[in-house]
Design a binder for this molecule. Structure first.
Ligand SMILES: [Zn+2]
Length: 256
């Protein structure tokens, strides 16, 4: 389904209509627009780790928190691993980061799970039966490690979530138009090579869809924005395009 562009609190963000169907869920895939950072971080940079000024990042995060009407935002230093963090009021801080996690999970109403990205995928998961939300930082290394399958397993083990109940939304990220991997024979195992759509270019969106299906999700419960961050310079940060740049945010939470 197409994602809708909305402007909560004056900040543009894309919303998945699948997730928007649950009134208890608040979520948004933000763009680079509407923040206060200058230069290559213009303007809604949400990462402390890219050279931007810390107080401006805090201000940008506050804008996002307010736009979604959340009481707090939690984010982690993302390391392209598969470690998860269970987010509670205790470890969500506007100016701090949970150490080394690429899967954030919460059942705590009012807390937003923030994934920062500039070409990598943010994949939101929600279980409407057990009211558990997760947000996954999914770059190509995460895909090689099947981080989406790992996230579904953690949800099952920790909360008894059934994969067939889960809804997934994959936001703006590197599209098949721009996902060039010249060293793919070294970087990808052979079972990922069929995702090559033309020489050296890969469809990482389809790969994520297939990994979610393999984890047990239903195809009609997977929503993909189909928007490429590298192609849309005015709208999104792209590491591949600009190298020195900011990170946009994707946030999901359960309404207070
Ligand atoms: Zn593209």
């Amino acid at each position: 389904m197409p994602f809708d562009l909305e402007q909560p609190g004056g900040l543009p963000s894309y919303r998945s209509s699948l997730l928007a169907a649950f009134p208890e869920v608040v979520h948004g895939f933000f763009t680079r627009l509407g923040g206060v950072s200058p230069g290559p971080y213009r303007s809604l940079n949400l990462s402390f780790g890219v050279g931007d000024q810390g107080p401006l990042v805090v201000r940008n995060r506050e804008l996002v928190r307010q736009a979604l009407g959340l009481t707090g935002l939690a984010s982690a230093t993302q390391v392209h691993g598969c470690r998860e963090s269970l987010v509670t009021a205790a470890n969500a801080a506007p100016d701090g980061e949970i150490p080394d996690a690429d899967i954030l999970i919460t059942r705590q109403p009012g807390l937003g799970l923030l994934i920062k990205q500039a070409d990598c995928q943010a994949v939101m998961l929600y279980d409407p039966v057990r009211r558990v939300a997760a947000n996954v930082h999914c770059g190509w290394r995460g895909q090689v490690a099947n981080i989406l399958g790992e996230a579904v397993t953690r949800l099952r083990e920790r909360f008894g979530c059934r994969p067939e109940d889960l809804v997934a939304a994959l936001g703006p990220s590197l599209g098949p138009c721009c996902a060039e991997f010249r060293h793919y024979r070294r970087e990808f195992p052979a079972e990922l090579w069929p995702y090559q759509v033309r020489p050296d270019y890969f469809d990482l969106w389809s790969l994520s869809r297939d990994q979610l299906l393999a984890a047990g999700l239903k195809s009609h419960c997977i929503d993909i924005a189909g928007i490429c961050t590298r192609c849309r310079e005015d709208e999104f940060f792209s590491y591949r395009r600009d190298r020195i740049t900011g990170r946009q945010g994707a946030v999901i939470g359960i309404r207070d």
